[in-house]
Design a protein around this ligand. Structure first.
Ligand code: GSH
Length: 207
């Protein structure tokens, strides 16, 4: 099996976390390289496109979170083999990436601009994405986004929902998901309760 090194920031979330989770769920050995924020400026230039996550496969470094998610999803048995189900999985991951990027763009804004941008996002695009994710989930049977089983799309949305509900995003009500998309809340709890996901976070807390 190829030697894998996944590199991302040293927190349990964000763009690198679905791949960490997928590798753990699949029991795929990998080096989990975590970069502290203070070390990032010096490390940035070592990444191909000046960003993380990256995945090193037998010495070859690739980037782009969803490309990595697809690759590790295939290794871990968490990516559909059927082309249509794979498309549904990809659509969700790319949509989650789009909305996550819009929220991330507000992080370094001055307070007034941040408040305005986040309030607009909360009532506008975030609500819209929650409704659409919920509709997609329903159309796929209500439990998982594709293939009627856990895939990397579920892990990507799980991380986004966790971020929205954590209360760390000022001006975005932390009960927005619960109010707008109860099925997504159930989905969040389903993924959190997956034995391997629960085991992973128990282990991380103890680390
Ligand atoms: N399209 C890229 C975006 C990667 C990205 O922007 N990563 C952020 C962390 S989540 C980053 O490296 N930020 C540090 C910086 O831009 O200096 C992907 O999906 O992986």
């Amino acid at each position: 099996m190829a030697k894998l090194k996944l590199t991302y920031f040293d927190f349990d979330g964000g763009r690198g976390e679905p791949a960490r989770l997928a590798l753990h769920i699949g029991g795929i050995p990998f080096e989990d390289q975590r970069i502290a924020g203070k070390d990032w400026p010096a490390f940035r230039d070592k990444t191909p496109f000046l960003a993380m996550p990256t995945l090193e496969i037998d010495g070859k470094v690739v980037s782009q979170s969803n490309s990595i998610n697809r690759y590790v999803g295939k290794l871990a048995g968490l990516y559909p083999k059927d082309d249509l189900q794979a498309l549904l999985c990809d659509e969700i991951m790319d949509a989650a990436e789009d909305i996550g990027t819009r929220i991330a763009q507000t992080i370094d804004m001055p307070e007034d601009a941040k408040k305005k941008a986040r309030e607009e996002l909360a009532t506008g695009r975030i609500t819209r994405y929650l409704e659409q994710f919920q509709a997609r989930l329903k159309a796929s049977g209500g439990e998982y986004f594709a293939d009627k089983r856990l895939t990397v799309a579920d892990l990507k949305v799980f991380m986004w929902i966790r971020w929205l509900r954590a209360g760390v995003l000022d001006h975005i009500p932390k009960d927005l998901v619960d109010r707008v998309a109860p099925l997504l809340l159930k989905h969040f709890e389903r993924v959190a309760g997956h034995p391997k996901v629960a085991e992973y976070y128990t282990h991380r807390k103890a680390a």
